[in-house]
Design a protein around this ligand. Structure first.
Ligand code: GLN
Length: 209
């Protein structure tokens, strides 16, 4: 079984651990450098990316994680986790502590991109590589991907449908990407119980390394 860690500093840790176990992985929380050293892949959960930046420093995990990612560790980030994996974060508020992204994915993401009035929404997405029907996507104060580098594959974009019209140009926005062994979604597959297809897709990536 591949050993897959979930960065367990804050956010949706338990849901990812459960979905990974159901996907056939040996899932473990990661809070310490020794725990990070033992995994074959890592999940960065949703939460809040400025807080996650600060906690990575506090737990002395920022550099070890950045180095393992640079060395090719498979990773999956959902929502705030996607922001942390990015190369660039757009629209940072200079009044607030900054997000320091880890630079594992050659993308620029915009935080809280879907607008202030509408904090969350759900829709069904076509997801490249998952062929047996659409993926139900839950967005909570989600980012979107605004620029992608050459090596980045777009796996899903927001469809034009009644759930997405009127959300400040949401339709067509990129919300799932992959670059080599690094996967990221702006939404939360871990919150859709009974559908582990995105986690299984990631477990496949880890097994293939
Ligand atoms: N808005 C959060 C951030 O900017 C992400 C929200 C989430 O992970 N659900 O970090």
């Amino acid at each position: 079984k591949p050993v897959v860690g979930v960065l367990a500093l804050q956010g949706g840790v338990a849901e990812h651990l459960a979905a990974l176990e159901r996907s056939g992985a040996d899932a473990r929380p990661v809070r310490r450098p020794e725990e990070l050293a033992a995994v074959h892949g890592i999940v960065l959960p949703g939460g809040e990316s400025t807080t996650m930046t600060r906690l990575l420093d506090t737990f002395e995990l920022y550099e070890p994680l950045r180095e393992r990612l640079a060395a090719g560790l498979p990773a999956f980030g959902s929502c705030a986790g996607m922001i942390m994996l990015a190369r660039e974060v757009l629209d940072q508020d200079p009044q607030l502590p900054a997000v320091r992204p880890l630079g594992a994915l050659d993308v620029a993401v915009r935080r809280n991109a879907f607008g202030r009035q509408v904090d969350s929404f759900e829709t069904d997405l076509e997801f490249t590589g998952i062929t047996d029907g659409p993926v139900h996507a839950v967005f909570i104060r989600a980012p979107w991907v605004e620029k992608v580098g050459d090596g980045v594959e777009v796996l899903a974009s927001v469809p034009e449908d009644p759930d997405t019209t009127g959300r400040g140009g949401a339709a067509g926005r990129i919300v799932a990407v992959r670059q080599g062994p690094v996967l990221a979604t702006a939404f939360h597959p871990e919150l859709v119980s009974g559908d582990e297809r995105v986690h299984r897709y990631f477990a496949q990536i880890v097994r293939a390394q």
